[in-house]
Design a protein around this ligand. Structure first.
Ligand code: ATR
Length: 265
């Protein structure tokens, strides 16, 4: 049996085990997916241990996404992002990927959103970095807006075709934008939004990385002005789908994985 898993601390009530196991079941794969909670400073050691134990693949979450870079050979995108959320042990050395970036791209793509033109990414933390690189690699111009504007400027210096901004000028940032992605924690378990409703336009596709609640205030506001909305569970799903496909070499059964994920939300 192939063993896959997630390392995080705290690893909490992760939705990844039911999502991945629904995928194994649908394809008849002899595999299981479990969670591990190593001490906070032992992410790289945990990856090395998993490699020796014959674990087939690991997802990596907070606080280990940067630390595990020391224990893997990162692919170019993960290296540029500076964070790994998926490790594949099938080769000679553990290979590290960042499927958060591709997850956002595939979530938008699944909803028919064209990834050309201009994207506004709100947030310059871990999620913001991944999404900014992911959308830039699709050829989009990226405007990064962050509460701490200096972090947005610093990230924009690394991302191709990007500019950095504070949170003060959403009217100008969004007026001609095509895609908006919230990568801050604003709206998580609270009825708040990082973007004033008045700045939203019907031409936007809005993805919120927050998935609890599934309909955030940002998505509610976006729907009310006629924008296309994509909830955070789609991004969570597609980062998992991308990891599943890297590990198994098979097309992931997206529908059962989506059902398992959503029934756990
Ligand atoms: P993650 O890995 O989920 O991206 P993170 O790296 O801690 O988490 O980043 C959190 C992001 O949410 C940051 O962009 C943060 O802005 P700052 O860089 O200014 O801290 C943003 N954020 C968190 N709380 C916020 C709030 N109340 N208003 C605006 N932005 C907020």
């Amino acid at each position: 049996m192939d063993v896959y898993g997630l390392i995080g601390n705290p690893v909490g009530h992760s939705l990844s085990p039911p999502m991945h196991e629904a995928g194994y079941e649908a394809l008849g794969l002899d595999a299981t997916y479990v969670t591990f909670e190593p001490p906070a400073d032992e992410g790289a050691a945990a990856v090395e241990a998993a490699d020796r134990l014959g674990v087939a693949g690991l997802n990596v979450t907070i606080p280990f996404k940067q630390d595990v870079l020391d224990a893997v050979d990162p692919d170019p995108l993960a290296e540029r992002i500076g964070a790994v959320n998926t490790v594949d042990f099938s080769g000679e050395t553990p290979r590290g990927y960042n499927t958060d970036a591709v997850g956002a791209v595939r979530a938008l793509d699944h909803h028919g959103v064209e990834l050309s033109g201009t994207a506004v990414v709100v947030g310059a933390g871990g999620a913001g970095r991944a999404v900014a690189f992911g959308l830039a690699d699709e050829g989009m111009s990226v405007r990064i807006a962050n509460r701490t504007a200096s972090k947005a400027h610093a990230l924009a210096d690394e991302v191709p075709n990007a500019t950095g901004h504070g949170l003060g000028d959403f009217d100008a940032l969004l007026a001609d934008a095509d895609v908006l992605v919230n990568c801050t924690s604003v709206g998580m378990d609270e009825d708040e939004t990082p973007v004033p409703k008045a700045a939203l336009t019907p031409d936007l596709a809005v993805l919120d990385a927050v998935y609890s609640p599934i309909e955030t205030r940002l998505l509610r506001d976006a729907a009310s002005v006629g924008a296309t909305t994509v909830d955070g569970a789609w991004m969570l799903l597609y980062q998992g789908v991308e990891a599943f496909e890297r590990w198994t070499g098979e097309d992931a059964p997206v529908d059962p994985m989506n059902e398992a994920l959503r029934s756990g939300l």
